[in-house]
Write a protein that binds this ligand. Sequence first.
Ligand code: 6PG
Length: 483
Amino acid sequence: MTIDNTEGARAQIGVTGLAVMGSNIARNLARHGHTVALHNRSVAKTDALLADYGKDGDFVRTETIEEFVGALQKPRRVLIMVKAGDPTDAVIEELAAAMESGDIIIDGGNALFTDTIRREAALRERGLHFVGAGISGGEEGALNGPSIMPGGPKESYEALGPLLESIAAQVDGTPCCTHIGPDGSGHFVKMVHNGIEYADMQLIGEAYNLFRDALGYDADKIAEVFTEWNSGDLESYLVEITAQVLKQKDAKTGKALVDVIVDAAEQKGTGRWTVKSALDLGVPVTGIAEAVFARALSGSREQRKAAVGLASGRLADKPADAAQFTEDIRQALYASKVVAYAQGFDQIAAGSAEYDWDLHPADLATIWRGGCIIRARFLNRIKDAYDENPKLPSLILAPYFREAIETAIDSWRRVVSTATLLGIPVPAFASSLSYYDALRAERLPAALTQGQRDFFGAHTYERVDVEGKFHTLWSGDRSEVQA
Ligand code: 6PG
């Protein structure tokens, strides 16, 4: 697309919604030499940004939407960084009224992907390009290099890609940004990223809990373990910040900060969306689901208070060999993490098929290597696995991960059984192990389920030896008929 450089319309991109994420992205763009038009519902925020960080680069201050749109080169590119839901629709409507055919609106918030599908279709009718872009990396990433997952019309990426790639994190010279696919695919992928983030955080939480309650370690000691783990296969942003959070002291009490934080985890909703979508798609994302439910359970504070003191039964002795148990937990964490990613990638494959997106798992592993919250050393391995076989039936079946789980499996079982015998909850470790055992089972109890369904509802079943659907005349002579 050609860029029209008319006088007065000098900004390459506009950012509206200047809360922390929006202003950090705007600063990141400016620092990379792009002229950025700024807009916010209350001008005070725009002025604050200019007063504090105006020196970061070339900004154009605007007050009204018309002024904002008028400051942009064509095709106009506007990044919306407002709250997901109604506020996004309101801003889109205002912008669309002031923009022209061929202009591009980018939603950089955590929008629900079905909203993005709807918005893209509606704006396409009006000749506008709508790009739903997942952006990960939090406030720090937004400023210094996030991972960006833009979906939407391919042709819009020609005008947008270089800009976004310039501000994204870079790993081995490759930007953590690529065109994901049509309409809602970028936000779908970001949603699954967040689901994996939930699972990863829950698994780390369970490991921490085991150190605290099974081995009696204090926060400092646990921080040391995570610091050490961060120099091996588990190296990741989440493991790194876990050590930092655990090391932090509370200024008021002198205790570890983690010990004075209320143990009720909140959630804005992207993990829940992931599980809802997985239910619709029929993909068992058990690790992610357990993580969402674990947050919900932790938040049921009244119920939990009432349940303290319920019988535990006779509990086993603490593990005698702390070093061995530490290694077991490390292995269990790694294997469960592989399961969480495998399930997330399964959901991406199912979403791609359902919505006809033609998503490329290796590309996603590539752009998640840096910038985003789930960035981790082992994403290189995931990328390699999908590069080698883009149609891999499950990440667990890739030779590298297959072997890694083979190495971890005894430890994994020891951790889950020891935790159970000690009365320590490990929902994500345990469900990941059960998922793995179910996946590799030659025969599942689902045959019985089918028999029961046929009994009470004549729902029929398939046989292992003959093609077709069958029904047993349960209330008759119990002979079998072909359905
Ligand atoms: C990211 C984060 C970001 C945010 C989530 C999680 O990728 O940068 O995932 O999107 O922190 O909204 O928030 P909740 O834990 O509240 O759901």
